[in-house]
Design a protein around this ligand. Structure first.
Ligand SMILES: [Zn+2]
Length: 437
């Protein structure tokens, strides 16, 4: 009943209701307008505050290093994107804002305390002239048996090519050669961060902080020269394209020469494009994908524990990636160097545990250096690379005085293994490391 009355009353007062509604709707519109304006203002304020916060994060973030307790899960990078400048997403330990891509470094592996031998470290200072090599223990340098090389041709760079090709002699103690390349590692980075493994190896071996890579000082051509023993114009690899399988490279490579000599070979690398260096039927065990340093370590350890091939090449890619992302010698890149030092320590430990260490020549080097956020030019920062050799007969705690170019690496490895050095190679063995033979 009351319901009916209320309806009736409302019908009866339709006119005034309409006015009221008009008035109400006017009020509502006003309210709506006010509320709308308020919301718009709020949104504007929020947007402004957001932008300010982002800007503040941008400027403040690079100095921040966030430590995460749990070990990071390393995602597998997208295949085929292994360019020097391609920054692969690594899980967050360090989150910096300059790029939209969060880039993180793996957690520092627990590394052994520096041993007492670290006091013998040869300090690497790239500027002073090469000091004459002095070893307390070295015997007079035996002249390498020299055979004149009729095929020597002048090379465009200042390399000691006038020397005759040393005739390889079977080494007394070296049955294996392990070459480790830390992508983009400048020699002076070793001095600026904790590197107990490098310190120990430098104390146990012969080291040059002034070795040079080729021009262009970029990953693929530099590694090509390192492993072919040739200048880019001779091996044909003058570019840094992603791997599509073509065009190829002029051999022989260290791997193919070793394989042809009946030796076993293995390669583990963390940039897919280095597949250009794999000539057909030259590598027995191969891992070559876009991967991170810990993956490379894992595959290298697997190969070592399964039976070390006579020649093993190991390439750690992340120091270069961190350099591109955060700058050469930046805090983050030095962290990457310190991290890879720990991984190299694990590889050395595995070689020792498996009984190979006493018969292994280990060469640790890099493909190029860098400055700013890149590399590739003819500057000393980009072209100067570390070159370290440790092994049977290698003088200990010595700074190598003679000039070394990256293509001497293959020649040195071949010489150590007693493999004839191919005539079309530009490189020559670094004879200073064979002094005590
Ligand atoms: Zn590189």
């Amino acid at each position: 009943m009351s319901h009916f009355l209320r309806l009736h009353t409302r019908f009866g007062n339709r006119h005034s209701d309409r006015n009221q509604r008009r008035h109400h709707s006017k009020t509502q519109r006003h309210l709506l307008f006010q509320t709308g304006s308020l919301i718009i203002w709020l949104l504007a304020i929020l947007l402004l505050a957001g932008c300010t916060a982002v800007a503040a994060t941008d400027s403040a973030a690079p100095a921040e290093v966030v430590q995460v307790d749990q070990p990071p899960a390393i995602p597998s990078p997208a295949s085929g994107s292994g360019g020097d400048s391609a920054v692969l997403a690594i899980p967050a330990q360090i989150t910096l804002a300059p790029t939209a891509t969060p880039f993180t470094l793996p957690e520092q592996a627990a590394t052994a305390e520096p041993t007492a031998t670290a006091t013998l470290v040869v300090v690497s200072t790239p500027t002073p002239p090469p000091a004459p090599t002095a070893t307390a223990t070295s015997t007079p340098t035996p002249e390498p048996t020299a055979t004149p090389s009729p095929t020597d041709t002048p090379t465009p760079v200042a390399v000691a090519v006038e020397e005759p090709t040393p005739t390889p002699v079977p080494s007394a103690g070296i049955r294996y050669v392990v070459i480790i390349s830390v992508d983009g590692m400048r020699p002076d980075a070793i001095d600026r961060t904790d590197t107990p493994t490098f310190d120990r190896l430098i104390a146990q071996g012969a080291f040059s902080p002034r070795a040079q890579t080729i021009i262009p000082s970029v990953t693929l051509p530099s590694h090509a020269s390192m492993l072919t023993g040739m200048l880019p114009e001779h091996n044909g690899l003058l570019w840094g394209m992603p791997y599509i399988g073509w065009p190829g490279l002029n051999g022989p490579t260290l791997m193919s020469a070793a394989h042809d000599a009946g030796l076993s070979t293995g390669m583990v690398f963390g940039k897919h494009k280095l597949n250009y260096l794999v000539l057909p039927n030259s590598v027995d065990q191969l891992f070559g994908e876009d991967a991170h340093d810990p993956d490379v370590r894992d595959h290298a350890l697997e190969i070592i524990r399964g039976g070390l091939p006579n020649v093993l090449f190991i390439h750690f890619p992340d120091t270069d990636r961190v350099g591109h992302a955060y700058g050469w010698l930046s805090e983050n890149q030095l962290y990457a160097v310190s991290y890879v030092d720990g991984l190299i320590g694990e590889i050395v430990a595995a070689l020792e545990e498996e009984g190979y260490w006493q018969n292994t020549l280990l060469i640790v080097t890099a493909d190029h250096g860098g400055h700013g956020h890149g590399h590739g030019d003819d500057s000393p920062e980009d072209r100067t690379i570390p070159w370290l050799a440790v092994g049977p007969g290698v003088p200990q705690g010595v700074t190598i005085g003679s000039p070394i170019n990256t293509f001497d690496t293959a020649a040195t490895a071949a010489y150590a293994l007693g493999i004839p050095i191919p005539e079309n190679w530009d490189g020559r063995p670094v004879m200073e490391i064979f002094q005590s033979r």
